[in-house]
Write a protein that binds this ligand. Structure first.
Ligand code: ADP
Ligand code: MG
Length: 698
């Protein structure tokens, strides 16, 4: 025992293997796709991402186009604020022009102007911007002011006015303003169109890619051996084929689109910021690492609390589910008080765990906002000073603040894209795991002889489902064409296993199984299986009419053939009593037909298929007594002229078999016909006695 444990541990420790992934990670439905959901990490991120990207290879040209569209869209988008800044400048200089004009119109200044202008060399009636600046310079040098009217000029104001493009007396140039705003709007519209086209292209790329992936996995599922499906919980596999592929599509689409946009946006914005002011850019950029550090610290803290939250949620859900499914039980035994207590306790635990985790993750956004706002304040103050000193225009500062906003947004996006990509790659990894599973051994190239006689033989066959648990070690048997071989024995003896091996649902470890002397591995599985008809304990009927269900046995069967099969297997009698006859639709649960009648239908189906070999595996076990006799008769009709393997619990039903095999623990312990085995007074004898002496053992 300890030996195997050690082995398992040493194997598990060093290398990261995909199957070490925790089977039940963060439950998808709880967090949804929202922000609170923590990303499942890929086990081998790099290699898996590269492999995922190889799926995009056929779309290379289109991807280049996507990238080009991205560049154009982002460039237009990024240029627009700069244009809008010009609009602000036009308004600002118009306002200043108006103000200056009003100031010049002051009567006292008008009186003094001709004299001053004569001195400075300007036209007092129509002074230009340069004249005004000169005038202001002059006034600044006159401590008592000119004409006692204008306030003391300070040099900073003059500096500011110098950088503004105004004409004294002329107000806002609305025509120019309209043009600029139209241009900015145009830029935004074209940018949106281009980005839309990019998204559309990308959607095509991604959908084609996952389409190919789905095809591949469908083919793979066909080629996987049955043993793989035994190992794999159905739900898990289903989720790989559906959820994971959806997740891949979603994360590919979003990461590709937003990654391209965000990265280009950051680059474009930084370039535009630099054209405005190096210093301001520095201030804006510095806030980013600060914000990142704060966010990662907070996120780490909240992530630490999440496992506790999931655990608590899981327990609570389990508790609720148990209490509800066992509702009647809880009531009957008067346990609701206990159930409530446990619920309260679990609920409290969940409250505490969730509170911590959600509180911290709730802080993240405000913290980011705070840091961002400090950045804005810094830029606004610095920018304002620069406008005052005339080094930057007001419009540029306005554009800059807009850039600053555009700059932090894509950085946040890139961070969340990283998470999305992680989860996409993790999903891809799970899909790849399926794709990498070893496939069943390829089919043999030979053809079965026509017609097949039905001579079946097992020669020293050894087989086990699990390597370390031998089941069948050395089994040989021969069934002559047309013979009925009955197999009896306790549950778990390996009876069904024999059938599985004959059908090649599983590959044997050693020995040989042959049909008409031909090794069954030499021919294709499809051909082999087409020679065998099976009727099992669980009847398998699909949603459809009775006629369709019977016809499933042989595609293309004529109405007469279907009727003949139905009559031969006693189906016809009960179908006629149904109001809609053969057009009666078998619903999902098949509740309109009894278990025995359903079994009759599967027998009719097998009859129509007309196989050489017949397998009846406990076909009467779940049949109601009312139809059992009919089923028995139908099966006898079906067996005629075929090599038949009949597995049965009730020994009375196989008394007339040509040969009876008694199995125990994967071995045939006795073999002979009914009389011979009774005479032997061995296992069969005891079994037979127990069934007829006491109450039936079923
Ligand atoms: N798919 C499987 N994987 C692993 N073990 C299996 C599988 N099917 C059956 N077994 C095991 O093999 C043994 C024989 O099973 P089976 O042939 O179904 O018995 P029965 O004689 O009742 O039909 C049992 O111990 C059973 O647990
Ligand atoms: Mg069985």
């Amino acid at each position: 025992m300890s030996q195997t444990n050690n082995n398992a541990e040493t194997e598990a420790a060093p290398v990261k293997k995909a199957n070490e992934r925790p089977k039940y990670g963060p439950p998808q439905h709880r967090g949804g796709h929202g922000r609170g959901r923590v990303v499942e990490k890929a086990v081998n991120f790099g290699p898996s991402l590269r492999r995922l990207l190889t799926y995009l290879r056929p779309e290379k040209l289109k991807l280049v186009l996507v990238f080009l569209f991205g560049i154009i869209g982002v460039a237009l988008n990024v240029y627009a604020p700069k244009v809008l800044g010009r609009a602000t400048d036009v308004i600002f200089s118009g306002a200043i022009g108006k103000l200056v004009g009003d100031a010049l119109a002051d009567p006292k200044l008008q009186d003094a102007l001709p004299a001053v202008c004569a001195q400075l060399g300007c036209d007092p009636a129509n002074p230009t911007k340069a004249d005004v600046l000169n005038l202001m310079d002059f006034m600044a040098s006159q401590p008592q002011g000119v004409g006692g009217s204008m306030p003391q000029m300070n040099s900073q104001m003059i500096d500011m006015l110098k950088s503004i493009d105004f004409t004294p007396g002329v107000g806002i140039d609305f025509h120019r303003l309209a043009l600029i705003i139209a241009l900015a709007l145009g830029l935004y519209v074209v940018s949106a169109l281009v980005m839309g086209a990019m998204g559309w292209l990308l959607n095509g790329i991604v959908q084609r890619t996952v389409y190919a992936m789905r095809e591949e996995i469908a083919d793979k599922l066909d080629a996987l051996p049955l043993s793989y499906f035994d190992r794999q919980p159905r739900g898990e596999l289903l989720s790989r084929v559906t959820n994971d592929i959806d997740n891949i599509a979603q994360s590919l689409q979003q990461t590709l689109q937003q990654m391209v946009q965000s990265v280009l946006m950051v680059i474009g914005v930084v370039i535009m910021m630099l054209t405005i002011s190096g210093w301001l850019t520095l201030v804006a950029v510095v806030t980013v690492p600060v914000a990142l550090v704060v966010v990662t610290q907070l996120a780490k803290r909240s992530q630490k609390k999440l496992p506790a939250m999931w655990a608590a949620t899981g327990e609570l859900n389990g508790q609720v589910e148990e209490a509800y499914t066992g509702h009647a039980l809880v009531k009957v035994f008067g346990r609701h008080r206990e159930v409530e207590q446990i619920f309260d306790q679990k609920n409290q635990e969940l409250f505490e765990a969730t509170f911590g985790a959600q509180f911290i993750s709730g802080i993240i956004m405000p913290a980011m906002g705070f840091i961002g706002n400090i950045g804005y304040v810094a830029v606004a103050v610095l920018g304002g000073l620069r406008v005052a000193s005339g080094t930057i225009s007001l419009g540029d500062v306005q554009a800059f603040i807009q850039y600053q906003r555009q700059f932090t947004q894509p950085i946040n996006q890139i961070a969340s894209m990283a998470n999305l990509l992680q989860s996409g790659v993790a999903s891809a990894e799970r899909v790849f795991e399926v794709l990498d599973e070893p496939e069943q051994t390829p089919d043999g190239p030979e053809q079965l002889p026509v017609p097949v006689n039905g001579l079946v033989s097992f020669n020293h066959v050894a087989f086990s489902y699990e390597e370390d648990k031998p089941l069948i070690t050395d089994l040989s048997l021969t069934a002559q064409p047309g013979q009925t071989i009955a197999i009896v024995g306790p549950t778990g003896a390996g009876k069904t296993t024999l059938v599985n091996l004959l059908m090649r649902f599983y590959d044997i470890n050693s020995g040989q199984i042959s049909l008409d002397g031909m090794d069954t591995t030499a021919v294709s599985r499809a051909q082999l299986r087409s020679e065998v008809g099976m009727v099992l304990q669980d009847t398998w009927l699909f949603y459809g009419t009775i006629r369709q269900n019977i016809a499933y046995g042989r595609p293309g069967a004529s109405e007469e053939e279907i009727m003949a099969a139905a009559k031969a297997t006693y189906v016809d009698r009960f179908v006629r009593s149904l109001p809609e006859g053969y057009d009666t639709v078998i619903d999902e649960e098949g509740s309109n037909v009894s278990a025995g009648e359903k079994q009759l239908l599967t027998i009719a189906r097998a009859f129509l298929a007309d196989p050489t070999i017949l397998v009846l595996d406990e076909a009467t076990s779940s049949v109601d007594t009312r139809t059992e006799v009919l089923v028995q008769k139908a099966m006898n009709a079906l067996r005629k002229g075929r090599t038949s393997f009949v597995i049965a619990h009730r020994l009375s039903t196989i008394r007339d078999a040509d040969s009876i095999l008694v199995m125990e623990h994967g071995d045939i312990v006795e073999q002979g016909n009914h009389q011979q085995l009774l005479d032997k007074k061995g296992v069969y004898y005891t079994l037979y006695q127990s069934q007829f002496a006491g109450p039936t053992n079923e």
